[in-house]
Design a protein around this ligand. Sequence first.
Ligand code: AGP
Length: 609
Amino acid sequence: MCGIVGYVGNKNAQDFLISGLRRLEYRGYDSAGIVSLDGNGEPTLLRAKGKISNLEEKLAKNKREDKIGIGHTRWATHGEPSEVNAHPHRAGKIFLVHNGIIENYKELKEQLKKSHEFKSETDTEVLAALINSFYGDGKYPLLNAVVQALKLVKGTYGIAVVSTDLPDEIVVARSGSPLVIGVGNDETLIASDASALVGHTKKAIYLNDGEVAVVTKNNINIKTLNAEPVSAKVEEIETNLSAIQKGEYEHFLLKEIMEQPESLIETLRGRVNVETGTVRLGGPGLTNEELRQIKHLVIVGCGTAYHAGLLAMYYIEQFAPEISIETVIASEYRYRQAYIPKDSVALIVSQSGETADTLACLRGIKKQGIKTIGIVNAIGSTIAREVDGGTYVHVGPEISVASTKAFTSQVVAMVMFGLTIAQAKGVKPGILRPYVEEIAKLPEEISRVLTEMKEPIKEIANKYIKYDHAIYLGRDVAYPTVMEGALKLKEVAYVDANAYAFGELKHGPLSLIDDRFFEMALILDGELYDKTVSNTQEVLARGGHIVAITNVAGFDLPAEDVVKITTDLKIFVPILMNLIMQLFAYYVTVAKGYNVDQPRNLAKSVTVE
Ligand code: AGP
């Protein structure tokens, strides 16, 4: 997924474009570019491979006082990261930046080769040439040319377009990739997400799929592709500057790990009543009768969101009677011919609210007439706006590509949704109260564990940076938890870390154990403790190098490192154990000197399939 910015107003466009791209760099960062136009439409096009800083070096030699421009930071889909493939792309007088995928770009390119000399391998340059083929060197209005072109496009797009004929207007459009318009005083700002607008304006208009707009510094005219006028709904941008800055931390990842007490408090705000031992979620918008009718839950997500759904499934099964739950990977589920019983509800889990596979599942499930509930963080995101109801997790912007605080709050939000079902079904309060009480205690417990464990985990992590392979092990609620822990180490430290259910080890993976690997083992107190201990001994007997994370004070197996978590929680201990694995992944990555917040090959939200 890529980052798009645009500016038209009375201030310096290049300054906003660069600062906006810096805010969006987490969305894609293998190349970047901007184009600005002076009052006569004279363009200054600057593009660079790699980080925004490379683009800034070029800008320093090409500063202009231009008042209009567009910019882009890229996560490559078609064509390698390079200057020639970087956006903006030009065709005649047209400059275009694009987030998404033009699926029929090859056939369009064949048709356009006669009129346009292609320089890049990108699908975006094809779209620029297509728009230009309708623009006719300025014979037709830019908006009409964009609309005509988009009607021939199959795929997804969020675009911003300028023409050297019109150094006072930007045309934007979206279908499947987010685009937000910032309403300023005598200026209008464009971005792929609101974080680029923070500090410039608090008023935003979120374009919907199939909408196109012409924006100038003091006018925003939105239409559908069929030229029907759209009345703009101006919304408040909730984020503030400190939420999108690292502050005292060296990396966003550590900041977002350490702010989990506060972010979870925001998730719980107004939703938990310890006195009555109940929770209340207004967002899903389901009546008690509708809640009582629910027999099946389908929980849909990708990556960390999927792991959160798996963990929530284990918990909800513990207290919600006669409910079958299936947690699925969105990119698989969207192509399955899965039958969903009518008395189902689907939980659509997504931090960004823009993940293409998850969005596709949402749309497919809605077509089956199943009610969809969003468990989303990004306010106003596409998924948040298309679900039937939902619960925002309110953790604030999550900038680091590796998701941390969102996971914790997604799990708790879904457990609270399960509790509302159980409450409606008349489950005895005595069964539900322990969950509510522990949820209320979690922020404080998270704060204590993070404070106590930060330094010890840093020391332990430094002992394991020599390993390129790891096996993460857990049983029951610890199994989805180690899946998440392994993903963290994989995505930021590039370690081949894979999670297995402890009980599965002897069915194959045990053969892997040798000095190439270390093992991360979650050992929970409770009825499965003895089995887990014997599984751990199986690993030790084969020379395993174990990091054991446990809440059992008496645990005394000869693991290489033992991390003992003292807590009076009994239910949500895996949430605390996950903090340890988050810190472990962070410190291993720092010790390796890798880019903690922008790991190679990844982007924060994958809005392409
Ligand atoms: C998590 O650390 C990853 N960055 C990734 O797996 C992410 O969770 C996944 O892409 C889903 O994103 P979403 O929650 O924004 O839908």
